[in-house]
Design a protein around this ligand. Structure first.
Ligand SMILES: C[S@@+](CC[C@H](N)C(=O)[O-])C[C@H]1O[C@@H](n2cnc3c(N)ncnc32)[C@H](O)[C@@H]1O
Length: 323
């Protein structure tokens, strides 16, 4: 039965049209890597952050169909205690992965593997986190790939897969093409590839059925704007570290010290300058050591607050980039 949109536009619902090639090579590769470079900040970076919010920030991660490897590099950057395996069927893509991992300064923790995601060259229960973006629409047989994901993912491991929802009408496809042209400034060749990918995508219901019939448990499927779906599985969250780092504790203490200075000054107390002195010492020490001076403060030690870097927060990453 046609959807309401189809009935209104008079357009037909397209069946899934698989792309001709599996890997990305030659001319396609140049077009695709250019496109990835443009959109990585809007798609790959938030995708990596979303994946790391699923409860795993260390251990082994696998990026299936990694393309030029921006997601792998972001995962390694945002989770400094992780190792990331970037896997793709295309050896040319893997050259870009190495280049991009080098540029991001994470080449010691991003490993490339050439292979087909339907026959993963990894042992059972190898990964704490598996991610994959815009790859499943390349495959005719999703169920095989999902079984492989289940096999290599540790019990309790996290999963994030994003791919295209097949548009339900020509009208919707042309809206997405316009967005690609005017918002993302994608050139004609790139838009052609994007359209082919959309038509090879899935209906959310189809993906839900696939997941229900796969060995993957505790996995949800939902639609995401503009025309994508997300397959998600959270890890049981083990909060070993405190959400308040010593840097944050230091900033809170500094704020309280300034407040105390102002209060004591207001009441003309003779010791008004003591809290201000403490704040200055804190700032100078943290400026010199790049770690908050209160790190070795007895109270912080007793509370066992970890550093931003120990937690793998992006805040620490930004500090690293500016040094
Ligand atoms: C559209 S790109 C997506 C790349 C990357 N994940 C991203 O988000 O930019 C699809 C990638 O999947 C790879 N690919 C296609 N079929 C594959 C398969 N069966 N096994 C592994 N990789 C595959 C292609 O070579 C290509 O790099």
């Amino acid at each position: 039965m046609p959807s309401a949109l189809e009935a209104k536009s008079g357009a037909t619902l397209p069946d899934r049209q698989l792309e001709e090639h599996e890997g990305v090579a030659g001319k396609d590769l140049a077009v695709y890597t250019r496109l990835c470079g443009k959109r990585k900040f809007f798609t790959d970076r938030p995708f990596a952050k979303k994946a790391l919010k699923l409860g795993v920030r260390s251990g082994n991660a696998l990026d299936l169909g990694c393309g030029p490897g921006h997601i792998s590099a972001y995962l390694a950057r945002f989770a400094p205690k992780s190792k990331v395996w970037a896997m793709d069927i295309s050896p040319e893509m893997l050259l870009h992965v190495r280049e991009n991992a080098n540029k991001a300064g994470v080449s010691d923790r991003v490993f490339t593997t050439e292979g087909d995601m339907r026959w993963l060259p990894f042992e059972d229960n190898s990964f704490d986190l598996v991610v994959s973006q815009y790859v499943f629409h390349h495959l005719p047989d999703l169920d095989v790939a999902l079984s492989e994901v289940d096999r290599v993912l540790k019990p309790g491991g996290a999963l994030l897969i994003r791919d295209f929802v097949r548009p339900s009408a020509d009208l919707k496809t042309s809206f997405l093409m316009k967005m690609a042209k005017f918002v993302l400034r994608v050139d004609e060749e790139g838009r052609k590839q994007y359209k082919e990918s959309l038509l090879a995508g899935f209906k959310v219901g189809e993906v839900q059925d696939l997941i229900a019939n796969s060995p993957l448990t505790k996995t949800s499927v939902k639609k995401e704007f503009p025309s994508q779906f997300l397959i998600t599985r959270k890890a049981p969250v083990e909060r070993k570290t405190s959400p308040i780092s010593h840097e944050r504790a230091g900033r809170i203490l500094a704020g309280l010290a300034v407040l105390a200075t102002l209060t004591l000054g207001y009441f003309h107390h003779p010791l008004w300058f003591l809290p201000a002195l403490g704040t200055c010492a804190n700032l100078i020490f943290s400026g010199i050591t790049d770690r908050c001076a209160v790190r070795d403060h007895l109270l912080i030690k007793l509370l066992g607050l970890p550093g931003e870097r120990d937690i793998g927060r992006e805040e620490a990453e930004i500090g690293r980039l500016f040094r």
